[in-house]
Design a protein around this ligand. Structure first.
Ligand code: COA
Ligand code: AMP
Length: 635
């Protein structure tokens, strides 16, 4: 069947379509129920099927004769090390480590927090949890201890897994003290912290709860896979929402396995034995879906890369990896290619490598600008395919289906057509569908397909209020955009207080909480401004308390340090601009949507509820004075 038939089949009888797709994975016990509505008004796919995600990723592959094939190619230009780990070897490492976790009390349903750099032990940690039916929660290395503490208190992990250090270009970042500080700050205390010691920097195991990664494995029995139900959680992944409290997105085992297997073959066009590279980090959803679980469940060899696109050692490192391992396809955030292009505008470094293995490149995570698209397409002479998804969905909502015989032609500016299972509608503020070509809120008609998250950890109500309430009957993506007359979707950006900095999803609300806590600050708004390299950067608009005498440069330095200490370096909060007043509605709400438009140099309509319209001119002028010359006056 071609795209149109597949899409129609899923639209007309979703349950039947996804029951058939469930045949593509190995169940210990096949699901009797395909789709179940829950009491809180969400859904579960394959709730009563029995499976194990680690079994699918490793043991099942070995049973299919892939034991000697490479499962992970670890490539670390920052340490000069490389490893090719076969499915057999990875299964043995995972089973042993799972045995160690079990001997420290980790059982099915327990939570385990993972704070680790891109080393193979991080994949071992995730898969070992899955093997036991335990629920992992990976926290990205760039988050500060405060952010980790918030996640510890929410997920209440029995055990924390970490490494002695991470490496950022030429900087060695000691992880263990960050974990210690997070545990000290959090109310919940894990039973133990297991530390993987890296040769570059050893951690002091100075707390009673500290354990050594190798020692915990001595003399333990390897663990077998524990069957779990399709609806049981595989992992929690925290993502930014509009408030300071991140949302613990919960992924199930059954729907996830079916969706990833479906997407790997049909969307990414990957087959068993192919070499796939998800150029991201295990701290993000891409790392979960398409560095670890997806490619392994699909019998591919997955690249596990510890480095950056530039300066590790140069802007040719991605091309070297593609050539060295014969990468057939990859995922990457556009910002990485912008970074490469900045260093090597003529692509000289790419031309030094044989990139003939590459069939196409997928990009997502943020807007793909036309100049990066053109540069990359001309340089590589392969399709550069924009596609769109979110942490919540776990796999793409719109994308070309490269595994089908008739993938539609890409269209510049569009993230392509909806995938089977995603009935995408563009609606206005009242939930009415808008005409073709008109911008609105992008929503998906319920129910969503398998793999999509259906709850927030310990907080189903928040899931319902965040995603299902604004437009009844739809999942609200939080993205704005439009559809063209042939059904291609165009994403214009977030309609809430989430920004995307270097492909990293961040909440401005979270930064606002930190900035407002400064003693000199009366109130503030943090907005995302456009940035050529990172897509967006946060800027604080700050009102100083009456009578406060503080130099603007000093205030900025203090605020930058606070955000760095509390949110983390990855926030890239480097600018704070003092303003006299912030624009508000008559009921006192800050007009963030209008501020966002001013900062993005987009035309805006004067909000009818504005209390004092002259403030917008004041802010535009202040931003222009502060060097944000794109800030623009109203239409
Ligand atoms: N551990 C610790 N610190 C980290 C970190 C990690 N895992 N990741 C980022 N940071 C720190 C960086 O060291 C930097 O700190 P600094 O302010 O002291 O320099 C800060 O967070 C900002 O990082 P980043 O925005 O990534 O900037 P960069 O200059 O280090 O790298 C790029 C710029 C474009 C090369 C890099 O952002 C990149 O490769 N982006 C692609 C991201 C991606 O693949 N996203 C996929 C998500 S799906
Ligand atoms: P995350 O949950 O970190 O994957 O971020 C998801 C958000 O990134 C989406 O809601 C979009 O705002 C943005 N995003 C993802 N892919 C694209 C894309 N291809 N084009 C534009 N924005 C994107």
């Amino acid at each position: 069947m071609g795209y149109t038939d597949e899409y129609q089949a899923a639209l007309e009888n979703g349950e039947h379509y996804w029951a058939e797709q469930a045949e593509r994975i190995h169940w210990f016990r096949k699901p009797q129920t395909t789709l179940k509505k829950t009491e809180s008004g969400t859904w579960n796919w394959y709730p009563d099927g029995e499976l194990n995600s680690c079994y699918l990723a490793l043991d099942h592959q070995i049973a299919q004769g892939r034991g000697e094939q490479v499962a992970l190619y670890y490539d670390s230009p920052v340490t000069g090390s490389k490893q090719a780990i076969s499915y057999n070897a990875l299964r043995d490492k995972v089973a042993r480590f799972a045995g160690a976790l079990r001997s420290h009390g980790v059982e099915k349903g327990d939570t385990v927090l993972i704070y680790m750099p891109m080393i193979p032990e991080a994949a071992v940690a995730m898969l070992a949890c899955a093997r036991l039916g335990a629920v992992h929660s990976v926290v990205f290395g760039g988050f500060a201890p405060h952010e980790m503490a918030v996640r510890i208190d929410d997920a209440e992990p029995k055990v924390i897994l970490t490494a002695s250090c991470g490496i950022e270009f030429d900087k060695t970042i000691a992880y263990k003290p960050l974990v210690d500080l997070a545990i000290a700050t959090a109310k919940h205390k894990p039973r133990c912290t297991i530390v993987c010691q890296r040769p570059l920097l050893k951690a002091e195991l100075n707390n009673a709860r500290d354990l050594d990664w190798e020692q915990v494995q001595e003399g333990v029995e390897p663990a077998e896979c524990v069957p779990v139900r399709g609806e049981d959680p595989l992992y929690i992944l925290y993502t930014s929402g509009t408030t300071g409290q991140p949302k613990g997105i919960v992924r199930d085992n059954g729907g996830h396995a079916v969706a990833l297997s479906y997407a790997l073959n049909n969307v990414y066009g990957m087959n068993e034995g192919d070499v796939w590279w998800g150029a991201s980090d295990i701290g993000w959803v891409v790392g979960h879906s398409f560095i670890v679980y997806g490619p392994l469940m699909g019998g591919c060899s997955s690249i596990f890369f510890e480095g950056k696109p530039v300066r590790t050692p140069d802007a040719g490192t991605y091309w070297r990896v593609i050539a060295e391992y014969g990468v057939n396809s990859m995922f990457c955030a556009p910002t990485a290619f912008r970074a490469i292009r900045k260093e090597d505008p003529n692509g000289e470094l790419a031309r030094q490598h044989d990139l003939s293995s590459l069939r196409w490149i997928f990009v997502a995570g943020e807007k793909l600008d036309s100049s990066t698209y053109n540069w990359l397409s001309e340089l590589l002479k392969v399709p550069v395919l924009d596609h769109w998804w979110q942490t919540e969905t776990g796999w793409p909502m719109t994308a070309p289906m490269m595994g089908l015989t008739d993938p539609a032609e890409p269209r510049l500016g569009s993230t392509h057509k909806p995938l089977p299972g995603y009935d995408i509608r563009v609606v206005d503020g009242e939930g009415n569908e808008v005409p073709v070509g008109e911008a609105g809120h992008i929503c998906v008609k319920l129910p969503m397909p398998p793999g999509v998250a259906w709850s927030i950890w310990n907080n189903d109500e928040r899931f319902v209020s965040s995603y299902l309430t604004a437009f009844p009957g739809y999942y609200h993506t939080g993205d704005g955009g439009y559809r063209d007359d042939e059904g291609y979707i165009y994403i214009t950006g977030r309609t809430d207080d989430v920004i995307n900095v270097a492909g990293h999803r961040l909440s401005t609300g979270e930064m606002e909480e930190v900035v407002s806590a400064h003693p000199a600050v009366a109130e503030c708004a943090v907005i995302g401004v456009n940035d050529e390299l990172k897509g967006q950067l946060p800027v604080g608009l700050v009102v100083i308390k009456a009578g406060e005498e503080i130099d603007e440069a000093q205030l900025q330095a203090e605020l930058v340090q606070r955000v760095r200490d509390q949110v983390g370096a990855l926030a890239c909060f480097r600018r704070a601009v003092v303003v006299k007043r912030l624009p508000k509605t008559r009921s006192g709400k800050i007009l963030r949507a209008t501020l966002r438009k001013i900062a993005a140099a987009e035309p805006y309509k004067m909000p009818s509820t504005i209390d004092d319209a002259s403030i917008l001119d004041e802010i535009t002028e202040r931003l222009q004075q502060a060097g944000f010359d794109r800030a623009k006056a109203p239409e």
